[in-house]
Write a protein that binds this ligand. Sequence first.
Ligand SMILES: Nc1ncnc2c1ncn2[C@@H]1O[C@H](COP(=O)(O)OP(=O)(O)OP(=O)(O)O)[C@@H](O)[C@H]1O
Length: 308
Amino acid sequence: MIDQAEKLRDIVNKKRESSNGSSSQKVNHLFPAANAAGHAKVITVTSGKGGVGKTSVTVNLAIALSQKGYRVVIIDADLGLSNIDVVFGIVPKYSLLDLINCNKGILDILCEGPNNIKFISGGSGVQELIHLDKNSLENFIANMSLLDHIADFILVDTGAGLSDTVMDFVISAEEVILVVTPEPTSITDAYAVVKTVARLKKDCNINVLINRADSEIEAKNVYNNFSTVSERFLSMKLNSIGYLPYDHSFTKSVKMQKPYILNYPKSNTSKMINDIADVFIKNNTEHTNFVQPGIKGFINRFVGLFTN
Ligand SMILES: Nc1ncnc2c1ncn2[C@@H]1O[C@H](COP(=O)(O)OP(=O)(O)OP(=O)(O)O)[C@@H](O)[C@H]1O
């Protein structure tokens, strides 16, 4: 019996050869839609400052969602310092660059992570998109769009800071997680992100996650001050999705190359990660006001930002 991956690979290859769109209809037939609306939810995870826990949040949230029965793909879009593969202890054979150069299809570049989650190593691929001709760009979009049929959630782990690429990832996503720690430098850098987003997309869905907090009170104070200032001076309304305490076992887990939530499934912090996953599961059942939702919409918006 041909397994689903093989069928999809076949379809992706055919899609490369023909541009009449009939392949995606076959995909729709073979693979049930990710949700009732027929698309994956794309969540961009970002921060103002580096080293605040973006990758830790992405990986552990992905596993929590997967443990709840959802299909999850992580795209490692941290251009300079991709490290999802390091956290998983897996060496990816291919990266986004192989898809961009039309050497490989989307299934070839998907790596198997723990707990059935899949990930795509970005490498320097994203920057290469700028140089693509029309046909190659269409091939890229067609391949990436197939992820809507194999994922319920797609988490995009970006680099830190205000580069154009990171901002494009942020304003193209349906949901954004902005990771902030209580350190003043992290807060001011996160504020700079919100300020830039306010200029580009006022209705961006920014969910703030306070990471490495000493206590719930500290996390609440940081969030309240941050959201009050953002609303007052930038007219940006933010959402709180909770906090994660400082827990030295995160670093231990990185050293063991085994995600925290798998190492300490019964800890209070793992429960908090599960609660954050529940927020996105709940949001996913609500109506989306995006004209083009899913990864297809995300990629089209992202590509549109630098090709227009
Ligand atoms: N809640 C936490 N408590 C303690 N340590 C944490 C916590 N979250 C993350 N860390 C640790 O902080 C360090 C940086 O985390 P991580 O690599 O996830 O950050 P990042 O924002 O993705 O960094 P980069 O900008 O380099 O990509 C790691 O050693 C990680 O184990």
